[in-house]
Design a protein around this ligand. Sequence first.
Ligand SMILES: *[C@@H]1O[C@H](CO)[C@@H](O)[C@H](O)[C@H]1NC(C)=O
Ligand SMILES: *[C@@H]1O[C@H](CO)[C@@H](O)[C@H](O)[C@H]1NC(C)=O
Ligand SMILES: *[C@@H]1O[C@H](CO)[C@@H](O)[C@H](O)[C@H]1NC(C)=O
Ligand SMILES: *[C@@H]1O[C@H](CO)[C@@H](O)[C@H](O)[C@H]1NC(C)=O
Length: 806
Amino acid sequence: MAALLALFLFLSAAISAAALEGYSLIKLSSYLTPTSNSWVSHSGTFAFGFHNTEDGYIVCIFCAGFKERTVVWTANRENPIVPDNVVLLLTEDGLVLQRSDSHDIISRIDNSSQPIAGAEMHDNGNFVLYNSNHSVIWQSFDHPTDSLLPGQRLPPGGMLLSRASETDIKTGIFRLRMQYDANLVLYYVYGLDTAIDAYYSTNTYGHGNVTLNLENDGHLYLFDGFSVVLNLTTQGNHIIGTIYLARLDWDGILRLYSRSLQQEDSWKSIWSVTEDKCLPKGLCGINSYCTYKDEDADCRCLPGFGFAHEGEWSAGCTTNFRVDCRDTYLSRKYEMTSVRNVTWEDNYYSASRGLTEERCKQGCLDDCNCIVAFFKDGECRKQKLPLSYGKFSVNATDMAFVRKHFRGFTVAIFLTGSTGQRKGLTDLQKYVISGVLLGILGLLILSVTIYYTRRQRGWCNQGLDKFVLKHGSLAPKRYSYNEIKKITKSFSEKLGQGGYGVVYKGKLPDGQLVAVKVLKKTHDNAEEFVNEVASISRTSHVNIVNLLGFCYERNKKALVYEFMPNKSLDKFIYKSKSADPNCSLGWKKMYDIAVGVARGLEYLHRGCNTRIIHFDIKPQNILLDEDFCPKISDFGLAKLCMKKQSIISMLGTRGTIGYIAPEVFSRNFGVVSHKSDVYSYGIMLLRMAETRTTVETKSSQSSEHYFLEEIYEHVLVQNEKIHDLMTKEEEEVIRKMLMVGFWCTQTAPLDRPSMNSVVDMLQGNLQSIQVPPMPFLLSSPKPHFSCSLPLIVETHSSSYGLISHY
Ligand SMILES: *[C@@H]1O[C@H](CO)[C@@H](O)[C@H](O)[C@H]1NC(C)=O
Ligand SMILES: *[C@@H]1O[C@H](CO)[C@@H](O)[C@H](O)[C@H]1NC(C)=O
Ligand SMILES: *[C@@H]1O[C@H](CO)[C@@H](O)[C@H](O)[C@H]1NC(C)=O
Ligand SMILES: *[C@@H]1O[C@H](CO)[C@@H](O)[C@H](O)[C@H]1NC(C)=O
């Protein structure tokens, strides 16, 4: 009897234990080990516990009950692998990982600030921690990794990060962001979350706080709290026994999966943001492009390049190819190979129209700076390396010419894609070579890491690392403050002083002259600074000043630019103090400068995926190189904006009155946009033309406005001769500049031409330009638009002012 009773007690204890294990409420002091059972939800659909991956154990939530484990959430995503001898313990102070031998706490899973009373693995896949009032104090749904489950929402500011590969759970290179601007956007992670790095967007701007939601009928949609903003998938597919899962996959594509709870079933993708596997930017790293192999993506290197890391697409392709500009036999040593039907990120430094393919090719061959030239619709664009975001498209008519050593002499790095080369090596040789190379590489990386970690205390922002990763060795060079001191000989030769700092002359170790701008403001926002540096370094155009390097050390920030021996345009056009009476530019030079600046601005406004609005176009910011080629400088107010959204918030503005468009002061004049730059450019053009006109003004105390009004009346309307001694040619050019100048300064932004048409007008026929109406603001003198005192309006600008005023 006693034996029976004992058996009964034992059985019931076992049953209740089993029931408890299967049940979801988890009490304090409960624990898990890598080899023990997991905490399973009530119905057994989801479980919380350890999972053995190739690299070691991770703590995660996975779908229980299937043979293969589908991980839907991972703890400590940045560093998920845990040692084998750990215990996961639920304590009042947190859900912690302890070493099983020493009880040392390795890490904490949650970050709740309140004492914990219990936990529960819910049937929807949410793991929840409660306080003693049974209120939720932490839940896994608030910290998504790469997946979204029915009932889970991605709030404004929330994001999903892809995993590194199908099997590698660590973070990968793609990000889905539910932005505060109500837009759901997919980005390449190592970019800076600007339009240039985005490859998918719902374009749902202008709603309030929008969330991404998944329901248990597979309905994936954007919701603003009141109504559905966008249906990504349809609703009403609720099938009992079917579960859904939205995941940002390792290949950068957001997909919706479903499967039944049947053991033998598997996940099926029922929806994805795109069918184009090559769409995700950065899937193929720099100097490689994405093409299709059957339905799948396949990355290929540019001709003459090899994969930086075999099998790792995102690492891109490299070459040790260098073109020596002093070499006079350039064109004989190289040839151009062509890559057809591939589009790239537009980042050219020079563009010319009306060329044939052959002349484009030859032009690049003869230019030692040119590694690649793109040819499309008669336009030839020269680019430097690296090339980003290459993508094959059958419909693309783009043609890329790539410089290559003559007679097919290509240099492949390490054991690269060229299979012929690899066949010659035995496995042993391969191992030895890769061993040695890896060893050297390892040592290099180690020493570089040590060097940098030593030097960069206080430098804790990831931004720069990402930046360098993205831009590779072609990123502007980073200098230490000591190096900057050496370059400028302890700041001995001052070139000028601008709104944001002092500019010094300097000399790099290789003898190149530079201008170093030491920024005086100490914003402690590294990210902002990096953004600024990135936005300049991404621009590469003959008419835009070239950033060579920068310095960032706690409170010390400096930017290193190429040196411009002929200073800035204001020396040549003002009829005022800053003008040097001994300096005068011929009308031809003046015209070339006008066209050059227009081209540079056109490039900023339209040339690349991101629109940059300069906001501070004025003669002081137009620098002149030794050939008087104009270069736009000072991106102090550059704001990157999405193509679709060229309306900028003007929280911090600064500029010299006179060149600033009226809408920047008052919204009554219209919306601030790239047309505001057009206005500033117009004023500059008028000033430039003005220096060539010597129309005798009839009013003795003539103000600028009367002067412009008179020019307008006499020259444009009555078609009087500007100056008796002027040649016909000069007269025509000056007239053109005046016409365009008056067009650009129209009061309403919409009436002003785009920079694109400005370039066309300046280069086209004078007869084809209509006489513009007299700009209202220029016709009547208004004291606050007076130009005699270049007044600096400086508010809480969040930008770093870059080089200017010297
Ligand atoms: C927990 O982490 C999230 C971000 O992952 C953060 O928003 C939240 O403030 C943190 N909570 C506490 C109490 O630190
Ligand atoms: C969005 O949410 C934030 C914080 O919850 C709130 O302060 C803000 O007013 C909301 N904005 C709108 C437009 O609802
Ligand atoms: C979303 O779909 C539902 C029906 O499935 C429809 O009633 C609703 O109008 C749709 N909303 C939008 C914004 O398309
Ligand atoms: C590439 O583009 C050209 C047009 O420039 C077209 O004729 C050709 O068929 C395309 N090639 C491929 C492989 O799609």
